[in-house]
Write a protein that binds this ligand. Sequence first.
Ligand code: ADP
Length: 558
Amino acid sequence: MKNQIYLRMCLLALVTCALTFWATLAVSYQTSLTRMETETLRQASIAAAGLEQTSDRPAYLTAIGKSDRSRVTWISADGEVLFDSNADPDQMENHIDRPEVQEALHAGEGGSTRTSATLGQQTYYAAILLSDGSVLRLSNATDIVTSDLYRAIPPLIMIAAAVLGLSMWFARRLTAHLIAPINALDLEQPLENDIYEEFSPLLGKIHTQNAQIEQQMALLRRRQIEFDAITANMSEGLVVLDDHLNILSVNAAAVSLLGAAQRAWTGENLAAFRRDPTLNERAHAAACGTKVSMELQNADGTHLQLYLNPVEVDEVPRGCVLLVLDVSARHVAERRRREFTANVSHELKTPLTSISGYAEMISLGLAKPADVKGFGEKIHKEAGRLLSLVDDIMKLSRLDESAASTLLFESVELYALCSESVERLRPMADGKQVTLSLEGAPVCFQGVRQMVSEAVFNLCENAIKYNREGGHVTVMANPAPTGGAQLTVSDTGIGIAPEEQERIFERFYRVDKSHSNTVGGTGLGLAIVKHICEIHSAALSVDSVCGQGSTFTIRFPS
Ligand code: ADP
């Protein structure tokens, strides 16, 4: 803009100078011509006055013709040329029809400009009527004026150039002066500017638009904060991708679930975020408008479920949203369920096969009458084992099904619960000649009474089952050092080898299957205890020495 104004000003100055130059030349030419004509007429009048006085007119005229550059012609009243300083009068035609001669004959003096027939030059003629009726004519070629003018051109050009230079300098300064307030405009505070009035509508519009932009920016910022707050607190991973699979937004959960480095990923490609050709291929499909879901497994074994949904603007796919869910727990649960089902079938099959075998022998009459009683006892024993198994399986599946929100947590007094279990188990302990004692003090915590009772019973039952004759079982209920309640069941039984201690809490796991079968174990007792502890957020631990005994401890939170 600055340059344009400057150039236009320069152009204006140039045009002005050129016009002035030509106008000056024209005016000068005209003025010089008029002056030359006036001068010629004045000279003619003086010469005429002198001619009237002199007696030797031809000599006088010859003298004038020699002393002056002007051409002198004397014409008689009938137009005959009597004298001419530049030509032979005898050779010249009659001049009566010359305009200046006619004018002088009528008005006393006359003037005319034309090309001389005699000299062939543009000439001004001034004629004066003499008292004897003849006419004295003085003439000057107009090229005198033109040559004067030519002499004036170089200084005029210099003046024009100087004026032009000065104008350009002024134009530069003026442009800078005009532009300075525009350059200094404060567009943040448009109404505060003190500038040309013509800018007021523009500045008003900028002010309104600034306010609108500010409002929209505030809205966008608020939405961004809301979006960040929501996605940052999501346990699901969320990645927003554009149509080139560049990351527009990614939350912390997505970074950690997909195992990416903890850094800013915005603007980077999905391929760099997670190197997985299948994911990349599916994301491309999603970005082209197809809904896709897939599963991924991390190196650490975590299972992820990925949902890729296209994002469309005006029905044109513009990218996709990737939702990442950690479904490891579901996978583990499914695996456990599969294993559990297989184990249950296996465990149920063993006693059922025995029962079926014995029953078949009896029904076919293959059993001797003396053996029938023994077979009946075995069938009864296996049926009892089946019942215990079904009972434990049902307990476990009830625990699996129970959601924490539907359970009734109440104040449970642990010492009293232990006392009930101890009393219920005393006959069994007596039968195995195991001393059963209860120690500690009443202590309360929040729990599900029936479940806690089940856990206490199972631990005490195991302590008796896996004890030796004459052994001891000590049950202790005390306040836990860190708050809550602590249950300890110690025995002086067979103990558990260190490598087995982890596994005894698995479903259907038994250290010594035959011994467990003998004592009526199902392999589910400790799994039930563990499950109950998980529901109560209680810490379960075992401390055991082979051949010396075991101590099971549960710390219930308050
Ligand atoms: P079971 O019904 O066979 O007793 P549990 O789940 O209760 O199943 O126990 C799993 C295994 O842990 C048992 O088979 C046994 O070998 C071992 N065990 C449990 N409690 C004790 C204990 N107090 N002393 C020694 N071994 C034990």
